[in-house]
Design a protein around this ligand. Sequence first.
Ligand SMILES: Nc1ncnc2c1ncn2[C@@H]1O[C@H](COP(=O)(O)OP(=O)(O)OP(=O)(O)O)[C@@H](O)[C@H]1O
Ligand SMILES: Cc1cn([C@H]2C[C@H](O)[C@@H](COP(=O)(O)O)O2)c(=O)[nH]c1=O
Length: 209
Amino acid sequence: MQERGRFISVEGIDGAGKSTHLAWLAQFLIARSICLRQTREPGGTVLGEKLRELLLNDAMHLETEALLMFAARNEHLQQVILPSLAQGEWVLCDRFSDATYAYQCGGRGLSIEKFTQLEQWVQGRSEGFIEPDLTLIFDVPLDVSQARMANSRVLDRFEREQAQFHANVRAAYLARAAQNPQRIKVIDANRSIEAIQQELAQLMTEWLS
Ligand SMILES: Nc1ncnc2c1ncn2[C@@H]1O[C@H](COP(=O)(O)OP(=O)(O)OP(=O)(O)O)[C@@H](O)[C@H]1O
Ligand SMILES: Cc1cn([C@H]2C[C@H](O)[C@@H](COP(=O)(O)O)O2)c(=O)[nH]c1=O
């Protein structure tokens, strides 16, 4: 039987440097002959990308936002993530449900109970709960992320939120990591890109062995 692929997700507050490190991590894995499927949330499917457009641009009730995040995730799991893992491909996902915990619960105030219900509904399966095997959270103080964002692009609906929103998102990510120390590794991303890549190389080499 085909060995199941591994599932890795990458997270962080907006402006933490996630995209920079994701690209490096993908090359690191490909260089080790790992057959890799790179994808993202919200998005990753035709429907998911349409939902992403709405989620990143249109105002909506916080519960609608959470439901759409999980609707996109369900489609993503069914169409992309589960089939890829079953074929032995590894999945490298730019955000997954820890982002809903951080942004919708931490940032917007969605109840943990409702989050857990949605998570169980979408990720609970007869063969067991599906979640990443490894999650990397790139962590930076708020002033650093805000400065990096200001220098780099046009901001979307989440990125335009007040500083307190981003502070709450960061705190929720760190709380989630503290609750799941085996799965979630927090990387101090307030260092040079080279220093971060050095730590990533060491962490990934240990994790792969
Ligand atoms: N360690 C770092 N030191 C200095 N600048 C950095 C560092 N990491 C990333 N940057 C810069 O910060 C900006 C934002 O980085 P990037 O787009 O990778 O992060 P992100 O906003 O977290 O990603 P995403 O768009 O996926 O949310 C870019 O200009 C990038 O070059
Ligand atoms: C999966 C997911 C994402 N978000 C937010 C977080 C970011 O601000 C955007 C996605 O943008 P990125 O440039 O791809 O990081 O969406 C969220 O609020 N909840 C989620 O579940």
